[in-house]
Design a protein around this ligand. Structure first.
Ligand code: CDV
Length: 308
């Protein structure tokens, strides 16, 4: 069982012109603030080394390879890893990954207090579309630039707690949380870049988007009796607005810390993994109550089929 201070490092906007070094310097400043406040594990957003480039169309996708990291850590991120080790702090962050054999993933890693990557996750649920779509108010081309992740939702016991990751759109799918819950997860980390407007519906704006995000995350926390850190990259990137709304959530589904800006902002809360045990051994004692004989469709069918 672990009692500690959990931190969420919301990032403000990153413009196309911003260098990796400038972004890492901002991440390090947030880490120093976190260390001063006693944080032992810090959660950064999805794709937090670059602008959210899937909003831009490139005819030849290799034009965007410069947004991808070919190794981790690398020259730009090593200072962050070094600082974390000095502070004795674990952390997680997201980035675009280009593997040695040419695969492109939307990836996040958990780094332990000794500075070692102990878990890699590649985003499963890629939203958006693969081709330029003139009908949309803006493009969301994750299906063009990334392949669906090949890792699945794994967990790791690191620095005394069971941790797992999801990335952005994954948080809207209960399957994500349940697969992690079935592995005894005690902290789910989620980074996101969520445009404040639905590109296909004018009436789904900021208020509804913030609500849906919080609804998904708090439900996932409660139904699996786990802490969740759901952390945004926020603000206006080259004219395109991303919502903020970063939150830390306890195993009862209550929000225990909330960002109030769309800038680089640290949020913190105390967590005690012992608090996960009650839900996991009572209402959500999976071994006692789940009825898997009735859940087959979840793993055998993707689309919904209504009766004639
Ligand atoms: N980066 C994302 O996965 N964004 C999606 C948007 C497109 C809805 C999200 O679920 O927040």
């Amino acid at each position: 069982m672990v009692k500690m201070v959990l931190g969420g490092a919301q990032m403000g906007p990153i413009q196309k012109a911003d260098s990796r070094e400038a972004v890492v310097a901002r991440m390090m400043e947030l880490m120093r603030q976190a260390h001063a406040q006693g944080v032992e594990f810090l959660v950064y957003p999805e794709l937090c080394l670059t602008t959210f480039f899937p909003r831009w169309y490139a005819e030849d996708i290799s034009e965007f390879d410069h947004y991808f990291e070919t190794e981790m850590p690398n020259a730009a991120t090593q200072p962050l890893f070094d600082l974390a080790r000095e502070c004795g702090m674990g952390f997680t962050f997201g980035y675009a990954e280009l593997t040695p054999d040419g695969h492109h993933y939307n990836t996040s890693v958990i780094v332990d207090r000794a500075g070692e990557i102990v878990l890699t996750y590649r985003k499963t649920h890629l939203p958006g579309h693969a081709e330029y779509d003139p009908e949309r108010t803006h493009q969301h081309l994750e299906k063009r630039y990334f392949e669906p992740g090949d890792t699945g939702f794994g967990v790791v016991r690191s620095d005394g707690m069971v941790m797992g990751m999801a990335i952005c759109n994954d948080r809207r799918w209960p399957e994500t949380f349940r697969v992690l819950g079935l592995q005894g997860v005690e902290l789910v980390t989620i980074g996101y870049n969520t445009p404040s407007q639905n590109s296909q519906s004018g009436d789904e704006g900021l208020e509804k988007r913030l609500y849906h995000s919080e609804l998904s995350v708090t439900a996932g926390a409660y139904q699996n009796s786990t802490y969740v850190a759901s952390i945004a990259k926020a603000g206006t990137e080259d004219g395109h607005h991303l919502m903020g709304g970063s939150i830390l959530v306890d195993p009862d589904g209550f929000v225990i810390a909330r960002a109030t800006t769309e800038e680089d902002e640290l949020i913190t809360a105390e967590m005690d993994t012992e608090r996960c045990a009650f839900g996991k051994s009572t209402v959500f004692n999976f071994a006692a109550h789940r009825r898997i004989e009735h859940y087959g469709l979840i793993a055998s069918q993707t689309g919904a089929k209504a009766p004639e």
